[in-house]
Each structure stands twice: as structure tokens, then as C-alpha cells.
Design a protein around this ligand. Structure first.
Ligand SMILES: [Zn+2]
Length: 204
């Protein structure tokens, strides 16, 4: 949930804001299986966003987001995400004029989207693997620095339900730090992490 709230309310743009992109953001399911570099770098980086017909034809409809479809919050976001993006412009303009709209709106959204897309392209081509996930996902340390922990993508595919992506003490994961903070102030609970038994089962 944290990822989708972050994407929709902070960036206010299309990444992971409709059922198609939400489905692609998850490792499991038919869409999840083509997530990666099997179609080439540019397809995995950004073309998949626009070439929905190709993926739907190849993999069928998004079938791994039924839990999100049931929640009123996500149905609301899915119906209104263009409004979230557009509503930021007048607020930014009032705060600092046109430069704020350009740097705080357009540039920020483009930069954020490409950092997000890099998980799909770079984290299937370069990096190491720690788990037997049956796909091409990798752990890439410099991506983890750039995108706040999501670069530990092989970890994420092995334990998709884990709140923590950087599973070793040296695996930098800023998002995990935020979750720990939310837990400390009582805003996050029942946090899921892989046990030693889970790790043993997935080890290469
Ligand atoms: Zn992935």
C-alpha cells in the first residue's frame, strides 16, 4: 500500500495509478511475469506504459490486483489520478510562480517516473542475485540508493510481501527506515518480514 500512496499522492502522475500499471508493479500474476528485460531495455523501461495492447494480448488482463480493486481508496485514485496531477499546478504557481510549476511539477514528475522505470529496466540487466525467483530480477546497490531501496529487486521478487527490500544490514533501504519511523509513532503495524525459514526456502 505504501508504494501506491506515495506514487499517487506525492507524484500525482500515471505511474502505478491505474489497474494496468498497478499490476505491472507487482511481481506475481500474468503481467508480473513479463515485467523485466525480456522484451529489451526500452520496452521494459518505458514502452510498456504506452503499448498496453501488446501486453494484454500476450498476457491477458491484469489479474493480480483484485485486492486493490476492492478498496475504495484505490478505486478513487484510479478514477481521479489526472486531477491529482493537474491540481498541483495552481498550488505550485501560487507558492513560487512559473519556475515552481516547471521544477516542482514537470521536472520532478519526469525524474521520479524515470527512477521508477529504471527498476524495470536496470534491475533485470545488471546486479547480483541472492534468491531462486525463477526470473531475471537482480539486486543493484546503486539503484537502491537512487530509488530508496527498490533496487534490491531480487529480494523484492523473492519476498514480495516483505516491507523491507534491503534484507542485509549493509543493503541501504531508505523506505524501510520510513516504515520503521511510522511503526515507532504507531502509524504502521503488523509489518511483514521474511523469516529464516522463508529465506532457506528461496535460497539459490
Ligand atoms: Zn520486478
Amino acid at each position: 500500500m505504501f508504494t501506491f500512496v506515495k506514487v499517487n499522492l506525492v507524484t500525482g502522475f500515471i505511474s502505478s495509478s491505474d489497474w494496468y500499471t498497478m499490476s505491472m508493479g507487482r511481481p506475481r500474476g500474468r503481467f508480473g511475469r513479463v515485467n523485466g528485460s525480456v522484451e529489451g531495455f526500452w520496452f521494459s523501461h518505458v514502452r510498456w506504459v504506452f503499448d498496453r495492447h501488446h501486453l494484454t494480448e500476450k498476457c491477458g488482463e491484469a489479474n493480480n490486483v483484485s485486492d486493490l480493486r476492492k478498496q475504495i481508496f484505490y478505486r478513487f485514485v484510479e478514477k481521479t489520478y489526472y486531477f491529482h496531477a493537474l491540481a498541483q499546478a495552481p498550488v505550485l504557481y501560487l507558492a513560487g510562480g512559473f519556475p515552481f510549476v516547471v521544477w516542482g511539477g514537470a521536472v520532478r514528475i519526469v525524474a521520479y517516473l524515470h527512477v521508477t522505470f529504471l527498476v524495470n529496466s536496470v534491475c533485470y540487466l545488471w546486479g547480483g542475485r541472492a534468491w531462486d525467483t525463477g526470473d531475471l530480477s537482480t539486486n543493484n546497490w546503486w539503484m537502491a540508493v537512487v530509488n530508496f531501496g527498490e533496487g534490491w529487486h531480487n529480494n523484492h521478487h523473492a519476498f514480495e510481501w516483505s516491507a523491507r527490500h534491503g534484507l542485509e544490514w549493509w543493503q541501504v533501504d531508505a523506505t524501510w527506515g520510513v516504515i520503521r519511523l511510522l511503526e515507532a509513532v504507531g502509524l504502521a503495524k503488523d509489518i511483514k518480514l521474511p523469516s529464516e525459514a522463508h529465506k532457506k526456502k528461496m535460497a539459490l
